[in-house]
Design a protein around this ligand. Structure first.
Ligand code: ADP
Ligand code: AMP
Length: 215
C-alpha cells in the first residue's frame, strides 16, 4: 500500500507515520529526515539542502525527486511506503505518480491531517528532536522519558530543530499554503480522506487506523 500522510508542518505526520509503519508493514519515507541525515554528513549535497531548509524554503524539485527515486528502489519499499513530507509540489506529485506507475503501483490513499494554525504553533514550539535518531517529542504532549534520554535510541541530545523558530515556521507555512495544499486537488476525492488531527496522538492514530481498515 502506498499512502501519503499529508498536512501542514507540525500537524503530526512524522509522529503518526511511525505508528503506521508497524501496522502497514511498509517504511516511512520522510524527505525531511533524509535531508537532515545528508546535512549531517557535511557533503556538498547536504550543504545545498541546508541553504533552503535553514530559511524554510522548499528544496528544488530536481534535488528532492532524485533523492526519492533512490529511496524507492530500496528493498524495504518494494511493497509500498508511507510518504511523509513528500510530495510538496505538483511537480513532485506527478513525478511520484510516474515513479510508482513504473513499478505498477499508485497512491492508494492520501490521509490529510487537519489541524488549525494556533495548534500548529503550539506543537512546533514545543517540539524537541533527538539529534541522533530524529525521534520527535513534545515538551508537554509527548515528553521524553524522565531520564532525559531519547526513548528510541538512548541519545542524550534532545534539541529544538533549527528551523522551528517563529520566522522560519512562518515561511514554511506560507510555502505549504501556496505550493503544497494544491496537491489535494491533484489526487481528488476518491483517494483523499480528511482526518481531524486535533486530538491526542492516540486519538489521531485510532482515526487513521479506522480509515485504513475501511479500505
Ligand atoms: P510533522 O511531521 O507533521 O511536522 P510532528 O509529528 O513532528 O509533525 O509533530 C509536531 C509536534 O507535535 C511534535 O512535537 C509532536 O510530538 C507533537 N504532536 C504530534 N501529534 C500530536 C498530537 N496529536 N497532540 C499533541 N502533540 C502532537
Ligand atoms: P520536514 O522535516 O518535512 O518538516 O521538512 C523540513 C524542511 O526540509 C522543509 O522546510 C524543506 O526545506 C525541506 N523539505 C523536506 N521535504 C521536502 C520536499 N518534499 N520538497 C522540498 N523541500 C523539502
Amino acid at each position: 500500500m502506498d499512502v501519503i500522510l499529508f498536512g501542514p508542518p507540525g500537524a503530526g505526520k512524522g509522529t503518526q507515520s511511525k505508528f503506521l509503519e508497524g501496522v502497514l508493514g511498509v517504511p516511512q519515507i520522510s524527505t525531511g529526515d533524509m535531508m537532515r541525515a545528508e546535512r549531517k554528513t557535511g557533503s556538498d549535497l547536504g550543504k545545498q539542502f541546508d541553504q533552503y531548509m535553514s530559511s524554510g524554503l522548499l528544496v528544488p524539485d530536481g534535488l528532492v525527486i532524485g533523492l526519492l527515486e533512490t529511496r524507492l528502489r530500496m528493498r524495504d519499499a518494494v511493497g509500498g511506503a508511507i510518504f511523509d513530507g513528500f510530495p510538496r509540489t505538483l511537480a513532485q506529485a506527478t513525478s511520484l505518480d510516474s515513479m510508482l506507475g513504473g513499478l505498477s503501483r499508485k497512491i492508494n490513499l492520501v490521509l490529510s491531517l487537519e489541524v488549525p494554525t494556533s495548534m500548529i504553533v503550539d506543537r512546533i514550539s514545543g517540539r524537541r528532536v533527538c539529534l541522533d535518531c530524529g525521534q520527535a517529542y513534545h515538551v508537554r504532549y509527548s515528553p521524553p522519558p524522565a531520564t532525559g534520554y531519547c526513548g528510541s535510541c538512548g541519545g542524550t541530545r534532545l534539541v529544538q530543530r533549527s528551523d522551528d523558530t517563529e520566522s522560519v515556521v512562518r515561511t514554511r507555512h506560507a510555502s505549504y499554503l501556496a505550493e503544497t495544499l494544491p496537491i489535494l486537488g491533484h489526487y481528488g476525492g476518491q483517494v483523499v480522506v480528511t482526518v481531524d488531527g486535533t486530538g491526542s496522538v492516540q486519538e489521531v492514530t485510532e482515526q487513521l487506523l479506522s480509515v485504513i481498515s475501511a479500505r
